[in-house]
Design a protein around this ligand. Structure first.
Ligand code: ATP
Length: 333
C-alpha cells in the first residue's frame, strides 16, 4: 500500500470535491493512506494537511468549490520552495502527490518533480478547458451550464426591451467556454480569441449583422457573447462603440465569478470520479509526471509538459460542423 497526497490549486472549479471524494474512496478501497494539503501549494510549504477518509468526503459530491481550499502560491516557482515541498513530502513519507488544477498548477507539479523523487500526477480541473490533451476539464461542463442559464435570463429581459446584450464569459485566453455557451445559448454573435481578427472588422461585422437581424426579426433581442481579456479597451468601451454603430441600447453583462460556483452538473461529477479513480490506478502502476484525462471516450495519460507545450484548439473539442455554425452564427435565429 502507498501513502498518497492530494491538493487543489489555481482557480477552483465545480467538481473538484467530487474528484477528491473519488480519490479517497479509491485509496480506502485499495488500502492506501490518503492525506489532503490545504490551500494549494501553500499547504505543501506550510505543512498544512489533514488525513482524509470516506467520512470526511461524505456528502460533498454535489458541492462546488473544494473542501481542501484552493490558492495561488507565487513563491512556489522558486527552487527553495520546490526543495522545501520535497522535504516536507519526504518527512510525511508520501509516495505520490495528485494535483488537481490548471496548466499553472501542472507547471508547479513539474517544478516539484525536479526536487522530489515521488510520483506526481495531474488531473485537469479548471472551468476554462484550456489544457491540451483532454476533451474536457473538471468544471467546464458546469460553467457552460451556468453561462447558458444566464444567457437565457438575459434574453428574457432583452426581448422585453428590444435591446442588444453583450455577455462576457470567462475563459482566460481561450474560447472554449464562450463557444459552447454561445452555441447552447443560441447567441447571435460571438467574439472569441480563436476567431478574432481586429476590433474594426468585428465592429463592422456586428453592425451589418444587426441590420440584417432587424430586417428579419424586427427589434428582437440580439445577444453577443464575448470572451474575457479579449476586447482591447474592455467591455464597456465595446458596448459604447456598438451603441453608436447600431443606434440602439447595448447593455454589457459580466458573468464573472458566478461561473466558478454552483453544484457540479452530472457530467463533471462523472468526469471527476473517473479521473480520481484512474489517478490512483496510475499511481499503483508506478506512473509519474503525467496528466490523467479523457480524450475521445478513453482515459489517457499525457506527459505534464505536453499539456502546456501544445496549444489546444477549438477544433480539438468542437466538430467542424459546430465551428461552421459559429462562423455563420448570424444565419441562425
Ligand atoms: P486556472 O487556469 O483555472 O486559474 P491554474 O492552475 O492554471 O488554474 P495558476 O494561477 O496559473 O492557475 O497556477 C496555480 C499555481 O501553480 C500558482 O499559484 C503557483 O503556485 C503554481 N505555478 C504556476 N506556474 C508555476 C511554475 N512555472 N513553477 C512553479 N509553480 C507554478
Amino acid at each position: 500500500s502507498k501513502r498518497i497526497a492530494v491538493l487543489t490549486s489555481g482557480g477552483d472549479a465545480p467538481g473538484m470535491n467530487a474528484c477528491i471524494r473519488a480519490i479517497v474512496v479509491a485509496c480506502e478501497g485499495a488500502g492506501h493512506t490518503i492525506i489532503g494539503f490545504e490551500h494549494g501549494y501553500n499547504g505543501l510549504l506550510e505543512q498544512n494537511w489533514r488525513k482524509l477518509d470516506s467520512k470526511k468526503v461524505h456528502n460533498i459530491i454535489q458541492r462546488g468549490g473544494t473542501i481542501l481550499r484552493s490558492a495561488r502560491c507565487k513563491t512556489f516557482k522558486q527552487d527553495a520552495s520546490g526543495q522545501l515541498a520535497a522535504n516536507n513530502l519526504d518527512e510525511l513519507a508520501i509516495d505520490a502527490l495528485i494535483v488537481i488544477g490548471g496548466d499553472g498548477s501542472f507547471r508547479g507539479a513539474v517544478h516539484l518533480g525536479k526536487f522530489w523523487g515521488g510520483q506526481v500526477i495531474g488531473l485537469p480541473g479548471t472551468i476554462d478547458n484550456d489544457i491540451y490533451g483532454c476533451d474536457a476539464t473538471i468544471g467546464y461542463y458546469t460553467a457552460i451550464d451556468t453561462a447558458v442559464s444566464s444567457i437565457d435570463k438575459v434574453r428574457d429581459t432583452a426581448d422585453a426591451f428590444e435591446r442588444i446584450f453583450l455577455v462576457e464569459v470567462m475563459g482566460r485566453h481561450a474560447g472554449f467556454l464562450g463557444a459552447s455557451a454561445a452555441l447552447a445559448g443560441a447567441a447571435n454573435y460571438v467574439i472569441l480569441p480563436e476567431l478574432f481578427t481586429d476590433p474594426e472588422s468585428v465592429l463592422n461585422e456586428i453592425q451589418q449583422q444587426v441590420a440584417i437581424h432587424r430586417q428579419r426579426y424586427g427589434h428582437e433581442s440580439y445577444i453577443i457573447v464575448l470572451t474575457e481579456n479579449l476586447w482591447p479597451s474592455g467591455i464597456n468601451a465595446l458596448a459604447e462603440a456598438l451603441e453608436t454603430r447600431t443606434d440602439g441600447e447595448v447593455r454589457p453583462v459580466i458573468l464573472g465569478h458566478v461561473q466558478r460556483g454552483g453544484s457540479p452538473v452530472s457530467q463533471d461529477r462523472i468526469l471527476a470520479t473517473t479521473l480520481g479513480v484512474q489517478a490512483v490506478r496510475s499511481i499503483e502502476q508506478g506512473k509519474n509526471g503525467i496528466m490523467v484525462a479523457t480524450a475521445q471516450g478513453d482515459v489517457v495519460e499525457v506527459a505534464l509538459e505536453e499539456t502546456w507545450q501544445h496549444k489546444k484548439t477549438l477544433g480539438n473539442t468542437l466538430t467542424h460542423c459546430m465551428l461552421t455554425m459559429l462562423n455563420e452564427r448570424h444565419h441562425w435565429p
